[in-house]
Design a protein around this ligand. Sequence first.
Ligand SMILES: Nc1nc2c(c(=O)[nH]1)N=C([C@H](O)[C@H](O)COP(=O)(O)OP(=O)(O)OP(=O)(O)O)CN2
Length: 184
Amino acid sequence: MAEPATPQRLNSPAGLAAGEGLRAAHWVSIDHTFETAHRLPHLGGKCASLHGHSWRVAVGVAAPRLDGDLTVVEFGALKTAVRDWIDTRLDHGTMLGTEDPLVEPLLAADCRVFRFGAGHSAVDGEELAADLAWPTVEAVAVLLRRMSQKILAELPHAPEARVGRVAVREAPLNTAECGPEGIL
Ligand SMILES: Nc1nc2c(c(=O)[nH]1)N=C([C@H](O)[C@H](O)COP(=O)(O)OP(=O)(O)OP(=O)(O)O)CN2
């Protein structure tokens, strides 16, 4: 009789014939949405005007083999942590370059502001964007990939699990992706 496919056997390289799938590669991803304003004075045109988007982020995590519970990382734990980080710092706020003259008046009016390019004055997560001068979609993807790497490191995950591509959509037609170095 065939041996039952218990999680232990499935995750054990010794329990698999050569070429069987579980040693190959695994990708999972979670999505989150947030409502945030930004502006990009350095690009000029309409992007220089303060405007808002319904942003969507997809965080991908890859691993060469699964954890003992047959996951790359548990969806619920990853979603909770990613949502919490975004919802307390970006959602219903404004992303600005640190030199933007709108920073001070918005903070004075008790609005949520997340500064890019804040260098040594970065606070509460801004350090992850301290070297990114403006909140372009590409820069937001870098920020959220760094955030995801920090979160993954603090969660139980499969051996050698890594954050893969992080895709950020600011509008239905505009998406930026950030992936591991060497992917091109
Ligand atoms: N590579 C990038 N290009 C642009 C960015 C960016 O972050 N990275 N940002 C903008 C503007 O902020 C703007 O929000 C988007 O501009 P655009 O696509 O031109 O405008 P619409 O969303 O209104 O697009 P339509 O297709 O014209 O409706 C610009 N470029």
